[in-house]
Design a protein around this ligand. Structure first.
Ligand code: ATP
Ligand code: MG
Ligand code: MG
Length: 379
């Protein structure tokens, strides 16, 4: 019996455990919160990720360790490697944890990025705003997610407010200033690399964010094949440079038909949730296969798919369950503002059929504005 250990017990760990059940896998989850939602399906070790005793207990009970949460301290991940195989490797994790390190790597590999500068002081912020220009975004280098730890600077006069909001973080998690990209679309490549180096991507995904949080994803993205191939080749370069094992997502902006890399998520990703019903093998199942050294499954699509995120609270499931091609995911979390509590995936055989189904679903759930940009892209 193989036990997979997952650091972080949120919905990603929960969906991994569900995907691993048919493979006969067992799971052990470690999280700081006793009520983490993966705990509804897997035994848990509750403790801080820096707590050696909790980590030692976790390591002693698992055959391989992986992550649902990218901000596990890299020293803890490193410590674990002396006790159990850990995938992705701690160097890959450390690179993806730091926006400065990750953008520097993108650039070294010839993957275009928005303009950026490391910021350590208010003077540096003013100088960087002058060089990069406005609008721009001040972000924490580490620990940001769902658009948290970011301040949008419209004109140079906003520098003081940006520094008030984030300046205290300069000495803690570091800051980075990025040029604001007026993109036509946001895209992501969800990819997997096996222990033997085998590399696969799912069809390119198109994403829509509201207030910095993912709202909807569409696959395949409505872009030409050459752009999708370029995105996949960027992902492959990164995976090889980091000797990455497992699933990851590369987030991209598309501006004037060109791709700019935003960030690398070193884990299964929200923009790949559609793969559960929309592809031959889901990102969750392939992540497990990769970290266990098993053959990877086919990543081809089954039709056209759109994922809608439920933020804050769940809509009424009954409004969707009657929809052919509609799939419901409730993460079993308590409602809370801004929290990802569930998602739905709608799958259809053609772009036109998907647009029609989404129109219907949007109306029944009262989510017309959430589906509208996806329906427009499918037109
Ligand atoms: P995630 O939950 O994806 O990890 P995050 O907190 O790491 O989010 P980003 O991915 O950097 O944050 O930003 C969230 C969203 O804000 C992006 O998907 C994009 O819509 C917008 N955004 C971020 N950086 C820029 C930029 N430089 N130019 C334009 N929009 C941006
Ligand atoms: Mg991020
Ligand atoms: Mg992001």
């Amino acid at each position: 019996m193989t036990t997979v250990g997952i650091l972080g017990g949120g919905q990603l760990a929960r969906m991994m455990a569900l995907a691993g059940a048919p493979l006969g896998l067992r799971f052990l989850v470690m999280d700081t919160a006793a009520d983490a939602c993966a705990g509804q399906f897997a035994p848990m070790v509750v403790g801080d990720y820096t707590d050696q005793e909790a980590l030692a207990e976790f390591a002693s009970k698992v055959d391989v360790a992986t992550f649902d949460f990218e901000n596990v301290p890299s020293e803890s991940a490193q410590w674990l490697t002396d006790h159990v195989p850990v995938f992705p490797n701690p160097r890959a994790l450390a690179t993806a944890q730091d926006r400065l390190a990750e953008k520097t790597l993108f650039r070294q590999l010839g993957i275009p990025v928005p303009e950026f500068a490391a910021i350590d002081s208010r003077n540096q912020l003013d100088a960087a705003i002058a060089t990069i220009g406005t609008p721009c975004i001040l972000k924490t280098r580490r620990l940001g997610y769902d658009g948290k730890g970011q301040f949008r600077i419209r004109t140079a006069a906003d520098a003081a407010a940006a520094w008030d909001a984030l300046g205290a973080q300069a000495g803690k998690v570091g800051l980075i200033l990025e040029g604001f990209v007026h993109f036509e679309r946001e895209l992501s490549v969800v990819a997997v690399r096996g222990r033997d180096g085998e590399f696969r991507t799912w069809p390119l995904t198109e994403n829509w964010h509201v207030d910095g949080v993912l709202s909807a994803s569409l696959a395949p993205a409505t872009v030409d094949a050459a752009l999708a191939e370029l995105a996949a080749s960027h992902a492959r370069k990164l995976a090889e440079a980091l000797d990455y094992v497992g699933v990851f997502a590369l987030e991209l902006f598309c501006r004037n038909g060109e791709l700019l890399a935003n960030e690398l998520a070193p884990r299964v990703h929200n923009s790949g949730h559609w793969t559960i019903e929309g592809s031959e093998t889901s990102q969750f199942q392939n992540h497990l296969r990769a970290v266990l050294g098993l053959p990877l499954g086919d990543t081809r699509m089954v039709g056209h798919a759109c994922m809608l995120n439920w933020i804050g609270q769940m809509p009424d499931a009954l409004a969707l369950l009657g929809e052919p091609g509609g799939h419901w995911h409730d993460y079993g979390k308590l409602p809370r503002e801004g929290r990802k509590v569930g998602h739905a995936t709608v799958r259809a055989d053609s772009p036109a059929a998907l647009a029609t189904a989404l129109g219907r679903v949007g109306e029944r759930l009262g989510r017309q504005s959430q589906v509208a940009p996806v329906v427009a892209a499918l037109d």
